[in-house]
Design a protein around this ligand. Sequence first.
Ligand code: B16
Ligand code: MG
Length: 211
Amino acid sequence: MKFNGIIFDLDGVICSTDEYHYLAWKALAEELGIRDFNREDNMKQRGVSRMESLKVVLAKSDRVYTPEQKLELAERKNGMYKKMLNNMSPKDLDDDVLSTLTSLRKMGLKLAIGSSSKNTPAILKQIGLGDFFDAVADGNCITKSKPDPEVFLKAAQMIGLPPQDCLVVEDAYSGIDAGKSGGFTTAGIGTARDYEHTDIRLDKFSDLLKI
Ligand code: B16
Ligand code: MG
């Protein structure tokens, strides 16, 4: 391994909260009378902030909402999403992910989270990784969402390493773009595996041990 640190995206990399995001946005869309919100729309919400995700939903509506109403809608979706998160437990952490993280830690690498989600601390706690990472940079400590590199630069700073010394692991195009523009090498898994800007393609999480 030529890196001294790895920064992991959370949703879609460490665990799968993406389905819950989809279901909660879909429920909100239906409440607003938007019937054709679909999985393709949901793909555009991957990795981007809650308010950017709301724009994807409202693009399908003719109604105009005030900034206050938009905040209320985002809050309403988050309430439904948080209820779904309550069902998560350490069983939602894949064995392949847990054993790989444990091996990487034994190899002496610094391990951090770089997520757009403001629910990151709650999700990590639910899956039993509340105290695992050396640093957690998330939606609560950034002003610009991916594809801006802010969250990854913050995570690198927190573990005391320059971007060239860290690998960013992502499942979303916006996250790969964020990693690249921050000067990081990127590894893509899931949706981002075959993205043209991804540097290293992972078929499964444990492929990280082969780098
Ligand atoms: P929240 P990640 C991202 O997490 C999700 O991929 C994205 O769909 C979501 O809109 C964003 O978090 C904000 O989440 O509403 O919980 O603050 O992939 O960056 O770990
Ligand atoms: Mg993600």
